[in-house]
Write a protein that binds this ligand. Sequence first.
Ligand code: ADP
Length: 536
Amino acid sequence: QFPFGRRLPCDIYWHGVSFHDNDIFSGQVNKFPGMTEMVRKITLSRAVRTMQDLFPLEYNFYPRSWILPEEFPLFVDEVRMMKDSDPSWKPTFIVKPDGGCQGDGIYLIKDPSDIRLTGSIQSRPAVVQEYICKPLLVDKLKFDIRLYVLLKSLEPLEVYIAKDGLSRFCTEPYQEPTLKNLHQVFMHLTNYSLNIHSGNFIHSDSVNTGSKRTFSSILCRLSSRGADVKKLWSDIISLVIKTIIALTPELKVYYQSDIPSGKPGPTCFQILGFDILLMKNLKPMLLEVNANPSMRIEHEQELSPGVFENVPSPVDEEVKVAVIRDTLRLVDPQKKKRKDTQQHIESFKNKANIRYTYFMCYRCQTLEHVSEATKELLDAGPGDRREYDTPKSAEDALPSLCLKQVFPKYAKQFNYLRLVDRVAALFIRFLGVKGTTKLGPTGFRTFIRNCKLSNSNFSMASVDILYIDITRRWNSMGIDHKESGMCLQAFVEAFFCLAQKKYKSLPLHEQVASLIDFCEYHLAALDEKRLLCGRG
Ligand code: ADP
């Protein structure tokens, strides 16, 4: 820790909250620039909605959402229309202030007119979302899942998911929402920070009882009830990959602005906390993504009134220690160097034994898991056992990874969804000035000209009008006043407009894909021409 500033460059920088240090020129930082902004409730809803416009079926894991205050009239209209077409539909909605956490300021409503559209909603924008009324219950209680996901690299995209997570339970038996129980937070909200204050909260030393359990213990229970746990996992993996795909385009814009290519700079990785709710039919639904998930492995216990003590929480320890350990293993700078010389590998062997011994002792002391560790050894197949018997390196001596790679492993299945990523690449190409995140009118004109998008039906004057209209609207939403110009979402909207104009009869995702191909083709031709001219 460097409370008074850092002098020497480091291999790994572990920032507490966000990426904030522009004086880092090498090594790896545990936060991506812009991630905190990207996972705020409104920004996440917008990013997912863009994907829902393109691929509605693939992105139906996120509840229907509206952004307040700007979409309040739309919310009222759409709900009225849906009620008219299905009079038996009796929805509930959940209102969540943007940037809130730990259930802060959240409330449930039955009708759009119940929204507290007081002065505060103007100053504190929010997301209103369809409430999932039929969650899966265990012991009659609602619960959600916190899964840890490592975004190891943005370009190329590399994503890992932890094999185990946490299940956080409500502390009042669940009932479907009625006007009478809407305000009962211990029944409807699964936040640990809220339920800990309920008299019913159970701290447990075991990982499969109490108000916080491991996700694997829930899976065991579901499996014993005959549920298709494999399908559930594959749905969760697909939810995580699709959500990351929705976030990457804007993250790339932030990245090139804070860490311009061609200059010395660090690379980034980040542990994200995914909050997922299982519906009764076992369909996973995304609630939110946390850029800075709590890594605490202790909880507070009130010994006597007003006297608190931190005590270890075995459930948190079981899940979180493994996540941090594996993250460090995956970003370990020694990993690359280790390949270099045999000598290096030899010296590492010694360290491996020390670290292995330390690790086992640590587990003995804290989790009394030595018997389990032994079981792991015995259960391991012949290949695995060899790994434990004769450790070749530090890594071989550690238990198998809890973080499993899902991307690029399953890239083939998901790459067709990465359209907005390609639109973002066009946007970044025309940004011009390094360090910016917004496109000026000249950049937009150059994009249109270089991609040969203007013609007799679409003059350069119309191009300017399109730019001004869309940019003005996005800037009036008051997202980022620091820079003027067109942000990525505004560019994406303009791009979709152009695609619809050019390829009228196709579905939106095909229109957009066709326009991307068209632009990329013309830009490649231009690059080739410039290269030839340069040589000439
Ligand atoms: P916060 O960041 O304040 O924790 P969340 O979006 O995670 O906000 O919501 C808090 C809790 O509310 C969740 O943990 C979950 O129990 C409940 N919740 C949130 N959204 C929904 C929803 N659409 N349907 C049902 N329950 C929800």
